[in-house]
Design a protein around this ligand. Structure first.
Ligand code: GDP
Ligand code: ZN
Length: 347
């Protein structure tokens, strides 16, 4: 296994320098289970566990992360000592059972926003997935699957391009092999791609077309000693011609409200219009000197796009409010704990 073909480069090597002296080696996280990892390393695939310090800390490795490991190649195992700084990350901010933001994928270079050109086609949804992609720091590319089911592919591509600001847009029909080579050209050796998009749009079909086999089948990993079997598959899939595709359950569950600052990149036109409004806190309703209303009136801005921007903003506000409420209740608990401890000591 060559580190370079796994995405290792000079800047990761720089980040790794502090760990070189401790007999540690670089490795990349390929699979994440609840308590166990699989990493790719110079010694091949190793099953890995976290040091106690990492286990109890906040910064758990995610699939795609580069980590510093103490390898035990004879056992096929390693211990993960540190996570190198991430170049990009997909973060799940809220799932009702969880309190902390959770990194679901790291160091993705290309984020394929996948949408189908069938009856479920919806340019607003593409806009929102693009927001997520921008937010991660990866380079977005839109893939319009099921092109074989669409009468007028060209005008769809044009429509998506008009909301996607310099993001490449490609139609594909994976079962027929159309456009798959173009998709592959974004994932040369050393590059990592991930797929974003609703269920059923054709992400698995695309991954299988890239890999060239029905590779996303299950694979068995034997649990040491206990003789228990865990079914699992790789979540960072090496492609035959180099490059990697990251495909994890967490990535598939990413919700649209995980977008935040990405909204600015995805709605550049609206953000820059809003910056021209006379009032900095313009709500774009009836304020004088509202550039957004003016653009709506003269037809340079589409009402649907404006509404989709507003809707996304409202969702983000609601989310922020929920997080505030949680923070308030945490600090209430904290104060109560403090008050209790004070009472105890005064007795
Ligand atoms: P995922 O949930 O995003 O992984 O979607 P799948 O890859 O499982 O695909 C969902 C369905 O769409 C399957 O029945 C695929 O055969 C079908 N499908 C995927 N890509 C295409 C395509 O390009 N053209 C057509 N006609 N069907 C497709
Ligand atoms: Zn305004």
């Amino acid at each position: 296994m060559h580190l370079e073909s796994l995405g290792w480069d000079a800047s990761f090597a720089d980040e790794f320098r502090p760990f070189e002296h401790d007999g540690l080696a670089p490795a990349r996280v390929a699979v994440e289970h609840r308590s166990e990892y699989v990493v790719y390393s110079q010694h091949g695939e190793l099953r890995a566990e976290l040091t106690g310090r990492l286990r109890h800390g906040d910064e758990h490795p995610a699939v795609g992360d580069w980590v510093a490991v103490a390898p035990r190649p004879d056992e096929g195992r390693a211990t993960i000592h540190a996570v190198l700084p991430r170049r990009s990350a997909f973060v799940r901010k809220v799932a009702w059972a969880e309190t902390k933001p959770q990194v679901v994928a790291a160091n993705v270079d290309v984020a394929f926003v996948v949408a189908g050109l069938d009856l479920n086609y919806n340019v607003r949804r593409i806009e929102r997935y693009l927001t997520l992609a921008w937010e991660s720091g990866a380079q977005p590319v839109v893939l319009l699957t099921k092109a074989d089911l669409c009468e007028d592919v060209e005008s769809r591509v044009y429509e998506v391009e008009s909301v996607a600001f310099g993001v490449p847009v490609h139609p594909v029909s994976a079962p027929h092999g159309d456009g798959v080579d173009t998709v592959r050209s974004y994932v040369p050796p050393g590059r990592t791609a991930a797929l974003l998009g609703s269920s059923g749009v054709g992400k698995s079909t695309l991954v299988n077309a890239l890999v060239g086999t029905e590779l996303l089948a299950v694979r068995e990993i034997r649990e040491d000693g206990r003789g228990r079997h865990t079914t699992s598959h790789r979540q960072l899939v090496p492609l035959p011609e180099g490059g990697l595709v990251l495909d994890t359950p967490g990535m598939r569950e990413l919700q649209l409200w995980d977008a935040d600052s990405g909204i600015e990149a995805a709605f550049q036109d609206l953000e820059s219009l809003a910056a021209e409004c006379r009032f900095a806190d313009c709500a774009h309703r009836r304020e004088p000197g509202c550039a957004v209303r003016a653009a709506l009136a003269n037809g340079t801005l589409e009402m649907e796009r404006f509404e989709s921007w507003r809707k996304l903003q409202r969702e983000l506000e609601r989310l922020a409010m929920k997080q505030d409420a949680r923070a308030r209740s945490e600090s209430r608990k904290e104060r109560a704990r403090f008050a209790r401890s004070m009472r105890k000591t005064s007795y």
